[in-house]
Design a protein around this ligand. Structure first.
Ligand code: 13P
Length: 332
């Protein structure tokens, strides 16, 4: 492990006023989104769509890194330039989702555990040769009746810690993503309690594995009420509770913290990030790593008129710019 390489990569990723664009939807998730909009679910269409994203002019003004998926990192533009090369030429760092999805947690099958440790070192070496300098592994936590269970949180945190350690051994920055799902009727208070509890478990496991914390990025969900809770959380309340949680439960030497949008309304996810930055100086770098909140409009445009690449790319750029402004508290 070379701590200098890791901290340099982190610095580039969290450089202001930028954030990260997640285009790492698995084939099934991408296809499900395509299907909803009537886009054919073929490898050619996924290539066409991802080409549009990676070639968006000036996206590098707002985005420091793209998180890709196994299929995407190996794809090229129609002219034959590998996507990872297109990104590199723009000065954008290439990331890769390396977990292999979710499976039922044996002791509590409603819950999920993330898999993908088998053969991970070999895959990391392969991705590194394709230009990847950071990786992502996501756990998904459900809040519900008696959920999450401590056993499930510990199992997932142990996998995240092992993954992070293996990444750092290859000088790849691990992004650890403990996503507390927005689905459900839970209150913001419940979300705060579970998110805080899980962060404590996660950082305990990361320390046990001797993960180098300044060379690690936390990708987290915000603290907010479930999407079926009435009333929904107010913007100020989300900013306040999320910052409270992070300040109390994340080590100060973390490389950086980034948010997923997690199914929040696009505009709301921007307002939340903006409100956090308007509270003043924060103890760690804090920015976005959104997927849907940046891509949604572009995908709708692509579905309506796939030939009109300019409109689709303009929408992507506009949403990335909004996120960028929010990442320094200047979105109006
Ligand atoms: P969302 O912003 O859509 O939650 O996506 C984040 C992410 O990491 C996608 O893989």
């Amino acid at each position: 492990m070379d701590t200098k390489i890791l901290t340099e990569t982190v610095s580039k990723l969290i450089a202001k006023p930028k954030g990260i664009l997640a285009i790492d939807e698995s084939i099934s998730t991408c296809d499900a989104r395509f299907e909803k909009l009537g886009i054919p679910t073929t490898i050619e269409k996924r290539q066409e769509y991802r080409e549009l994203l990676v070639t968006t002019p000036e996206i590098e003004k707002y985005v420091s890194g793209f998180i890709t998926f196994d299929e995407t990192i190996k794809q090229s533009t129609k002219n034959g330039t590998p996507f990872h090369q297109v990104l590199k030429e723009k000065g954008i760092l290439v990331g890769i989702k390396v977990d292999q999805g979710l499976k039922d947690f044996p002791d509590s099958p409603i819950e999920k555990m993330t898999i993908g440790l088998e053969g991970l070192t070999e895959r990391l070496k392969e991705y590194k040769n394709l230009g990847a300098s950071f990786a992502k592994w996501r756990e998904a936590i459900t809040i519900g009746d008696g959920l999450p269970t401590e056993a499930c949180l510990i199992t997932n945190a142990q996998s995240l810690a092992k993954y992070a350690k293996l990444c750092q051994e290859e000088n790849i920055v691990p992004m650890v993503e403990p996503e507390v799902l927005i689905d459900g009727k839970h209150s913001i208070e419940q979300c705060l309690e579970i998110t805080a509890y899980n962060l404590d478990i996660l950082f305990t496991e990361l320390k046990k594995e001797n993960v180098f914390i300044p060379g690690t990025i936390l990708k987290t969900s915000m603290v907010l009420a479930g999407k079926d809770h009435f009333p929904q959380s107010q913007v100020g309340e989300v900013a306040e509770q999320t910052l409270k949680c992070l300040k109390e439960h994340v080590p100060l030497d973390i490389g950086g913290i980034v948010f997923l949008s997690g199914g929040q309304d696009d505009e709301t996810s921007v307002l939340h990030l903006n409100a956090m930055h308007q509270t003043g100086e924060l103890p760690w770098p804090l920015t976005f790593s959104y997927g849907r909140a940046i891509q949604n409009d572009t995908l709708v445009s692509f579905a309506k008129n796939p030939e009109d690449v300019t409109t689709a790319q303009t929408l992507l750029l506009k949403n990335a710019e909004k996120c960028s402004l929010a990442s320094v508290g200047q979105y109006k």
